[in-house]
Write a protein that binds this ligand. Structure first.
Ligand code: NAI
Length: 324
């Protein structure tokens, strides 16, 4: 039997975690042979609800679960954590401006960054799901000087998966026929789902669809999918977000099947200067992700990549004073 790994989940009594924790516990993230210790973090007023989640996790009698820790102390939740999924965040309240939202979350993610720095495994892999995910990931990483910034990532995989499905359905193929999908930039309405390098069944995607569908249908549908789900369901995407978080962490730890999109520290690749968490095309192997280099960027793409970069720079400027 393998040694158990410690997996911290924040916002553990929330909607996404209600799917995420159970799927991790059943082995969907790291495999059916990997025992896990779940370290669940909530805010104090949500501890009763979290205890209810723990009761249900126990009632599942998952063979892989060795221990469950439920706490409102980030130092306890992140103790020796090998993986940290930062899902909990402050939602936008009535009358709250974007700047207020950024600041409220910056306060949460700076505390959690410090707690990761002081307590987590030195090899911890961090995925930020809570919005604004990219900038929250930046804040956490800036507050964790003893960890490598590359250990912090932001979730773009839901956007990536949404884009694959939209394209596959349009051309009457299966998602597994779609390769080299890329979503660039921010997890927001400025994200750029790019078909220029994408193939379906080995054929160039842009030869299978017309430009009008690409520009006026595909891109906005992917960008606005979160809002469409809220409208239809009366609640935000939770199970699909949890599924994407599992895909992201599994690929990072165990390797990806080709290109996937991850929000990671910009390093100058594709002209995106450091200082923000930008979604790039990456390939994961041997427990590491690597940016796919050398893709040709046309004018259409460049404009959209710049717009989403600009938004991330503005988000950064709004929280500059909290970056440590
Ligand atoms: P939710 O509101 O159901 O749950 C959030 C939970 O986080 C709550 O139980 C709350 O008590 C907890 N929380 C708040 N502050 C915390 C803190 N400082 N420490 C620990 N826990 C804390 O929300 P849901 O649906 O689970 O979504 C969570 C986040 O994920 C939201 O910010 C949402 O916008 C974001 N999201 C991101 C996606 C992405 O693709 N990156 C996709 C879908 C959602």
């Amino acid at each position: 039997m393998k040694e158990p790994v410690r997996i911290a989940i924040t916002g553990a009594a929330g909607q996404i975690s209600y799917s995420l924790a159970f799927r991790i516990a059943s082995g969907d993230m790291l495999g059916k042979d990997q025992p896990v210790i779940l370290q669940l973090l909530e805010i104090t007023p949500a501890m009763d609800a979290l205890n209810g989640v723990v009761m249900e996790l126990n009632d599942c009698a998952f063979p892989l679960v060795q221990e469950i820790v439920a706490t409102d102390d980030p130092n306890v939740a992140f103790k020796d954590a090998d993986f940290a999924l930062l899902v909990g965040a402050r939602p936008r309240g009535p009358g709250m401006e974007r700047k207020d939202l950024l600041e409220a979350n910056a306060a949460i993610f700076s505390v959690q960054g410090k707690a990761l720095n002081d307590n987590a495994s030195r090899d911890v892999r961090v995925l930020v799901v809570g919005n604004p995910a990219n900038t929250n990931a930046l804040i956490a990483s800036c507050n964790a000087p003893d960890l490598n910034p590359g250990q912090f990532t932001a979730m773009m995989r839901l956007d990536h998966n949404r884009a694959k499905t939209q394209l596959a359905q349009k051309v009457g193929k299966h998602v597994t026929d779609v390769e080299s999908m890329i979503v660039w930039g921010n997890h927001s309405a400025t994200q750029y789902p790019d078909l220029a390098h994408c193939k379906v069944d080995g054929k160039a995607a842009l030869e299978l669809v017309d430009q009008a569908w690409y520009e006026n249908d595909f891109i906005p549908t992917v960008q606005q999918r979160g809002a469409a789900i809220i409208k239809a369901r009366g609640a935000s995407s939770a199970a699909s977000a949890a599924s994407a978080a599992i895909d992201h962490m599994r690929d990072w730890a165990l390797g990806s099947d080709g290109i996937v999109s991850m929000g990671i520290p910009a390093d100058g690749s594709y002209g995106v200067e450091p200082g923000i968490m930008y979604s790039y095309p990456v390939v994961c192997k041997n427990g590491q992700y690597e940016i796919v280099q050398g893709l040709e960027i046309g004018e259409f793409s460049r404009e959209r990549m710049n717009a989403t970069e600009q938004e991330l720079r503005e988000e950064r400027a709004a929280v500059e004073h909290l970056l440590g």
